[in-house]
Design a protein around this ligand. Structure first.
Ligand SMILES: C/C(=C\C(=O)O)CCOP(=O)(O)O
Ligand code: SF4
Length: 394
């Protein structure tokens, strides 16, 4: 791979061990994937923040970075961690987990990453522009950035996103190249009354069908950003899909399509099959968990209004996972009060999948997220009740 003189100096360790390690990682990735060079990025989104996923080895690695006083060189935001950074005690997160989790957050703060802790950074200030090169890690955020915004990122791992945040560059391969952004399959969609959970089920099936391909959806109309985020997240969970196009909706759709692509039709029978696969349990949930990816303000508003209109009193715990930013507005709008009065909580900073929910006694989780439906059984050993938020809350 071609390196500039400055990049070579970093690679040779002239600017210290941490930068050398980061450059080595990016060059190795570039060599594996045949990148000709490194390119500058405008932002990074760093995953691997939960103590549940990175453990003591990850914490030790981050301590080294923080002690070396290196800093990120581009705007860099953090993925969710395993708990609400401020409100963990009240929510019942274990003390020993919290201690380690707070130290991880502190390490990231020391290296200058914005400790926003959300998988929807595009709703909270880390908003790339069309065609900008970025290095993002969380798979739903990657999918949204590539597909809905038209920015360009590979599906980075946590260490590569961190290395890119520090160096400010990423290897030029994969989805950074226009020729790799063309559709591989046409998906003709015939579905009725689509909602977040229907799009989650659609994403789940399409992911399983196209695997690492790039689906081009036809016949999807009036889809909103929350539904696009649910669709992309579920596809990224059931497969390696990091980019999709929707006819007349996403910015690169027009240029992404060629003749002779394989055509697949998805109708309501396929969606019903997906619900059956995602549902692993007939019993009542002990936790309702919404916000995978993190809820937008509109999603929180809809839940609060539904709870109020139907005078709902919850029979089990409810976590609505979101960012600090959305929670602050929800507080001001009075949504938080309505949700808390019904017995629920708005939980900031937290990824339900990498939270220690199994250690907190939760066994059966109800969700409207296709992505959570895929991950909860393996990450948290949960049984899953998959469905529409209104049916789940009633
Ligand atoms: C499965 C997760 C993210 C993804 O799909 O990219 C959960 C969060 O992962 P971390 O590596 O702990 O950020
Ligand atoms: S909440 Fe869901 S979308 Fe967000 S980081 Fe966790 S698994 Fe990914």
């Amino acid at each position: 791979m071609y390196l500039t003189k400055e990049e070579e100096k970093i690679y040779d360790g002239e600017y210290g061990e941490v930068l050398e390690k980061c450059m080595n990682l990016l060059v190795s990735l570039g060599d594996i994937y045949g990148a000709e060079k490194l390119i500058p990025i405008s932002s990074s989104q760093i995953s691997g923040v939960s103590y549940k996923t990175i453990g003591d080895i990850g914490l030790e690695f981050l301590r080294d970075f923080a002690n070396e006083k290196v800093e990120v060189s581009v705007p860099s935001t953090l993925n969710p961690c395993g708990m609400d950074v401020d409100n963990w005690k009240k929510l019942g997160f274990p003390e020993d987990f919290a201690k380690k989790q707070l130290e991880i957050i502190d390490c990231f703060k020391k290296i200058g990453a914005e400790i926003s802790c959300t998988c929807t950074p595009y709703l909270t200030g880390n908003l790339p522009r069309f065609r900008e090169h970025i290095a993002w890690a969380e798979s739903s955020a990657v999918s949204f950035a590539n597909s809905v915004i038209g920015a360009k990122t590979n599906r980075e791992g946590g260490p590569a996103a961190l290395a890119s945040a520090i160096i400010g560059k990423t290897p030029y391969y994969g989805y950074h190249l226009d020729e790799n952004r063309k559709a591989t399959h046409i998906i003709e969609v015939n579905i009725e009354n689509p909602s977040i959970d229907v799009y989650g089920a659609l994403g789940y099936i399409v992911g399983k069908t196209v695997k690492n391909g790039i689906p081009y959806f036809k016949n999807i109309k009036n889809i909103n950003n929350d539904e696009l985020k649910a669709l992309g997240a579920a596809m990224a969970a059931s497969s390696g899909v990091a980019l999709y196009h929707v006819e007349n909706i996403t910015p690169e759709a027009k240029k992404a399509i060629d003749d002779n692509l394989e055509k697949i039709t998805i109708d309501m029978d396929d969606i019903k099959d997906a619900y059956e696969e995602l549902n692993t349990c007939n019993e009542a949930p002990d936790l309702i968990c919404i916000g995978c990816p993190h809820c937008s303000l509109r999603e929180i508003k809809e839940i609060a209004e539904f709870i109020k209109k139907n005078s709902i009193k919850l029979k089990c715990d409810l976590w609505i996972c979101t960012s600090l930013h959305m929670k602050a507005i929800a507080d001001r709008m009075g949504y938080t009060r309505i949700i808390e009065k019904a017995g629920g909580e708005i939980v900031k900073d937290t990824c339900m999948v990498v939270a220690p929910i199994e250690d907190m006694g939760y066994k059966r989780v109800a969700t409207n997220s296709g992505k959570a439906g895929v991950y909860l059984p393996s990450f948290c050993k949960s049984e899953v009740i998959y469905g529409n938020i209104k049916d789940i809350l009633k």
